[in-house]
Write a protein that binds this ligand. Structure first.
Ligand code: FCB
Length: 491
């Protein structure tokens, strides 16, 4: 479907829509973005500690040293989730808390923290969805060449076994990786993310070793987990809008690099031939060994889909300055190895504070297209949300006397949840929706300048304040219906 197929006035502002029984409504976070306590209880340094402490890498020199101090405020944050009535909470485990150097025995204190988190969720009736890797690779592994090396995939499997062994009696859903696209292409291609390398061939080697880590990690988990659990991976699949004469060709190339290079090995056990051909001048892919594709392709119970925006592309004429508006920070290198003939266009607004265009139709289209390609694979939206420039205002109707009236975020969430509802109506087996994010947090290269939380965090006092969007989401979670226009302020 494209925007042209929409009926006039069809703006995705649904209200009262009811989600199916069992549809999971929750929120998501990631370890480095919220935990803080960077040097406590035996945690080793990760690539994001190194990167954020390197001048010029992160906005304002911000680091995750303290972040939301979630590590010390665990109980308060669990209570907050319970107050919001979340059905599920997606968190990630910091590998360097479990293995400070990425290898060797588990650090008991690290496992204990996540064990308390999981118990705290279960006692409050919240379903734990654990991600093993949301980008905080132990620095010691990066010193050994990080994701460009097969040894890192093997180390990941050992780590997965340690965590699975400790928490495998309680976690409901296991996710191997979050957005390997970002780890590989932003970490090793563009340099916008840790470890900040700008090596096109390394980015593709990282793609493969992340895929392999997923496959080996899932096998390791399955061999130790004792509870009935679901196994998944979360991908940030891209929805492209092609323009100009070569639109189809431009979309084919970037769809290969962004989507099919992960989906096809994970779900079909092979790499797309056109991607190997497109990137032949960058690498010969000799890091792929016999048997790898089979190892990568493991049964999945649910595929996690992260969606924020759409991406405009066209074939570059090679003459005019090449546009690179792909929504990511420019850090010198390209996150699109081998796609030097493609340029990235800024799409029409409205935009969020990230400069990302808001297009809920893209989410519906994405869910429908994945489910057509893989009809027996259930899906879950594991991230969706928006940064806006929130303001704290006086509001004497609230117990705290202050409020964040983030109508723009509510509007964004409403439209994307409407898109989810439509996908369900069109037959997609969509199991749930997790809002990014529970809390304002460390937004990677943008530091604390971009606020995605439905709960505000005051970075001076670390106090939490549910924004109007949190109250709106709580109403949604309570009723499983999209609230009417302005439930919070008309209440
Ligand atoms: C995703 C990341 C998540 C957060 C959002 C805004 O790419 O998985 O950690 O930064 O974007």
């Amino acid at each position: 479907m494209s925007a042209a197929d929409l009926a006039p006035g069809d703006d995705y502002r649904g209200s009262g829509l009811r989600f199916p029984v069992g549809f999971v409504l929750g929120s998501a976070t990631a370890s480095y973005q919220i935990e803080g306590a960077a040097q406590e209880d035996g945690r080793g340094p990760s690539i994001w500690d190194t990167f954020s402490h390197t001048p010029g890498r992160v906005w304002n020199g911000d680091t995750g040293d303290v972040a939301d101090d979630h590590y010390h405020r665990l109980d308060e944050d669990l209570d907050l989730m319970a107050d919001l009535g979340l059905h599920a909470y997606r968190f990630s485990i910091a590998w360097p808390r479990i293995q400070p150097t990425g290898r060797g025995p588990a650090n008991r204190a690290g496992l204990d923290f996540y064990s308390r988190l999981v118990d705290g969720l279960l006692v409050r009736g919240i379903r734990p969805i654990a991600t093993l890797y949301h980008w905080d690779l132990p620095q010691a592994l990066e010193d050994g060449d990080g994701w460009t090396s097969r040894a890192t995939s093997e180390a990941f499997a050992d780590y997965a076994a340690l965590v699975g062994g400790a928490l495998g009696d309680r976690v409901a859903t296991w996710t191997t990786l979050n957005e390997p696209w970002c780890s590989a292409y932003l970490g090793y291609g563009s340099g916008a993310h840790a470890p900040g390398r700008t090596e096109p061939a390394s980015a593709l080697a990282a793609v493969h070793h992340l895929n392999l880590a997923h496959g080996l990690g899932l096998q390791a988990l399955r061999s130790v987990v004792t509870a009935q659990a679901e196994y998944s991976v979360t991908l940030n699949l891209h929805v492209f809008r092609g323009f100009g004469d070569g639109a189809e060709e431009a979309v084919r190339q970037v769809d290969g690099l962004a989507n099919r290079v992960f989906l096809q090995p994970m779900l079909e056990g092979s790499y797309p031939a056109d991607v190997l051909a497109d990137t032949a001048s960058v690498t010969d892919w000799s890091f792929v060994r016999d048997g790898d594709a089979r190892a990568i392709c493991q049964p999945l119970d649910v595929l996690g889909v992260n969606y924020y925006s759409t991406t405009g592309v066209r074939l570059w004429d090679g003459v005019s300055p090449r546009e690179m508006n792909d929504g990511h920070k420019d850090a010198g290198g390209s996150p699109w190895p081998g796609a030097d003939r493609v340029e990235f266009l800024r799409l029409p607004g409205p935009y969020t504070a990230m400069g990302w265009n808001i297009e809920p139709a893209g989410l519906e289209e994405l869910l429908v297209s994945i489910s057509r390609r893989y009809p027996s694979l259930p899906l879950m939206v594991t991230e969706n949300g928006a940064a806006f420039d929130d303001e704290v205002v006086e509001d004497l109707t609230r117990p705290t006397g202050v409020a964040v009236h983030d109508d723009d975020r509510i509007d964004y969430l409403r439209r994307h949840l409407t898109a989810c509802h439509r996908a369900v109506e069109r037959g997609v087996d969509l199991r749930g929706y997790l809002v990014w994010s529970l809390l304002d947090n460390f937004e990677w290269g943008y530091g604390y300048s971009k606020r995605f939380g439905v709960v505000r965090v005051d970075y001076d006092t670390l106090e939490r304040l549910p924004k109007d969007s949190a109250l709106w989401f709580a109403e949604l979670a309570r009723t499983s219906r999209l609230p009417a226009a302005d439930p919070v302020r008309t209440a």
